[in-house]
Design a protein around this ligand. Structure first.
Ligand code: NAI
Length: 291
């Protein structure tokens, strides 16, 4: 796919992986709409993108807010006429274990990390279809959306949902000129650790609670880990650009994904009754359900 001159709408685009995508995309000649809830991140991104000569527009949006999504998409279309590439990337890395999760933890994490993707696709996909110039939908899940090792259960539940949603959407759009990709990163050196006091008021257990559950992993420790062995967000942005150009279903950022996926595969396969699968029947079933 030739992406030059095309417009990308990137949520969580003002920091980390989203900003990496914004830089990589604009260096490839795309226009980028950078959407983010944080004023400080948008201000810093504005400076970086302007310095790099990018053609961009910034919008403040909470991805969990349905009405605001429509207004943001309208604004993007007013500025750049149409959206071709939707990147549902915004997310919070709160690693609450399921056994400790409160309603507020579930509502916040699922609302942003899965709900944000659902609203994004529901709002923007019809607009991509309507202009008929083709396009792409991507979402940032996590390696924790494919294997659960080392991730908080609430986070992984949302990310498994994102992976399932993107796989299903890819099937739904197979006959159209709209590709679908899900990014499943391992550690990336971003600001994902920095959520400590940013839990919105409505998700606090009481008004004095800044989120004792948020520290599934100590933020300072997480920050140090990401800085020492996390991938470079710009490199991840380039990997996503490549995946969109070649309509690749998944992006994995590191080799270590192989071992973890292999472990999960083995753990599942060993429990399946040992009969020869009737592959022809499975393929026929699948084709029938798709028809
Ligand atoms: P980051 O914190 O640097 O960037 C995320 C951006 O999303 C921030 O600018 C933040 O303000 C924005 N954001 C958060 N909540 C939002 C909301 N409700 N509405 C709009 N914007 C919102 O972190 P990073 O790492 O770049 O995160 C991007 C995605 O990557 C997330 O979905 C995260 O779960 C995923 N991820 C990150 C990994 C890592 O090691 N950094 C590993 C696996 C997945």
């Amino acid at each position: 796919r030739d992406l030059s001159g095309k417009v990308a709408f990137i949520t969580g685009g003002a920091s980390g992986i989203g900003l990496g995508m914004a830089k990589a995309f604009s260096r490839a000649g795309m226009k980028v709409v950078v959407v983010d809830i944080r004023d400080d991140h948008r201000a810093a991104a504005e400076e970086t993108l302007a310095r790099g000569g990018a053609e961009f527009h910034l919008i403040k949006l909470d991805v969990a807010d349905r009405e605001a999504w429509s207004r943001a998409a309208d604004e993007a279309e007013r500025v750049f006429s149409r959206i071709h590439v939707l990147c549902n990337n915004a997310g919070i890395g709160v690693l609450t274990p399921i056994a400790q999760a409160t309603w507020e933890d579930w509502d916040w994490l699922l609302g942003v990390n899965l709900g944000g993707v659902i609203i994004g696709v529901t709002t923007v996909l019809p607009r991509i279809r309507a202009h008929g110039e083709g396009g792409h939908v991507m979402a940032t899940a996590s390696l924790g959306g494919i294997t659960v090792a080392g991730n908080g259960g609430v986070y992984s539940t949302a990310k498994f949902g994102v992976v399932a949603m993107m796989e299903c959407l890819r099937e739904d759009l197979a006959a159209e000129d709209i590709g679908v990709t899900v990014l499943c990163p391992s550690a990336v050196n971003t600001n994902i650790h920095d959520h400590g006091d940013r839990r919105p008021e409505r998700y606090r257990v009481d008004s004095s609670d800044l989120g004792p559950h948020d520290a599934g992993l100590d933020p300072e420790m997480l920050k140090g880990m990401l800085a020492s062995f996390g991938s470079d967000p710009l490199e991840v942005g380039r990997q996503v650009l490549h995946a969109i150009r070649h309509d690749q279903p998944y992006v994995f950022t590191e080799r270590m994904a192989k071992g973890l996926i292999e472990l999960r595969r083995e753990a599942l396969l060993v429990l399946i009754p040992d009969e020869e699968p009737d592959l022809e029947r499975l393929a026929a079933d699948r084709a029938m359900r798709r028809a």
